[in-house]
Design a protein around this ligand. Structure first.
Ligand SMILES: [Zn+2]
Length: 258
């Protein structure tokens, strides 16, 4: 699988965490980087600059005008553990993940020296900003992940493995939308790796389909209706004329069969 599926990022994951004296902090306009004392300053400055850049571009991605910018006490926190082991033990994130996020508290948890860190960070920031934009109502996981992978792939320049997806669509081995729409993070965690890879790629492909078949304008409308409080189903109908999940699946299927 291509890069972005290997860096699978588990998100929307609640990690209650209180930090102690063995950490240092780096402040920027919108972020506080909290790291283990052993982490080099140079690396932390890189994380800070990257986070500030993505804060701007991801916010613009949703044409989002905030009433409440991430300033002062409202800054987001990025926790950088000493290493992968500490990341898993201290933050209680899944052992196979590269980062996890508590979007309500605006906290991202990760560890240093990861390939494709820009993709990881843009993905997690998208989760926070997307939910901040549309509001905190329940959304199906595929929508959160699809949007996060879409934005990360746009800015971090990862490639998607559409050939693999196409093959799954042609042979009927993709995740049926009735299942895709219901699956929760806890359920996904217990699935085999291949299923998880398919879940992320397929979620992303639905967003990609909604842009390629129509336009980015329709997707923006879709998000706008979600923000106004409409359900996913009603927002889809109002911005695409698609009435049901089955209809979405049928059209999506036809698109990738080609
Ligand atoms: Zn995610």
């Amino acid at each position: 699988m291509k890069i972005f599926l290997r860096i699978l990022i588990f998100s929307l994951f609640f990690c209650p965490y209180v930090y102690g004296a063995d950490v240092k902090e780096l402040y920027s306009d919108h972020f506080i980087i909290v790291s283990d004392k052993s982490i080099e300053e140079e690396y932390l400055y890189k994380v800070k600059d990257m986070a500030e850049d993505y804060y701007k571009v991801v916010t613009q991605e949703f044409n989002f005008i905030r009433n409440d910018p991430w300033l002062w006490k409202n800054r987001a926190k990025i926790f950088v553990a000493k290493d992968r082991q500490e990341y898993v033990e201290k933050y209680n994130c899944p052992s196979w993940s590269n980062a996890c996020v508590d979007y309500q508290s605006k906290m991202i948890f990760t560890y240093p020296q990861q390939e494709n860190f820009s993709s990881i960070l843009s993905h997690e920031l998208t989760h926070i900003i997307f939910r901040e934009y549309v509001g905190k109502e329940q959304l199906p996981l595929w929508l959160d992940e699809g949007v996060a992978v879409y934005v990360a792939s746009k800015y971090a320049k990862n490639e998607e493995n559409f050939a693999a997806l196409k093959q799954k669509v042609i042979t009927g081995k993709y995740i049926k939308f009735s299942e895709l729409n219901k699956i929760t993070l806890d359920e996904l965690k217990n699935k085999p790796r291949d299923y998880i890879d398919t879940f992320y790629l397929e979620s992303f492909s639905v967003i990609e389909f909604l842009i390629k078949k129509w336009s980015r304008y329709n997707l923006d409308n879709f998000f706008k209706f979600l923000k106004e409080g409409y359900s996913v189903r009603d927002s889809l109908y109002k911005s695409y004329g698609i009435r049901t999940l089955e209809e979405l699946e049928k059209q999506w299927n036809g698109f990738y069969q080609k």
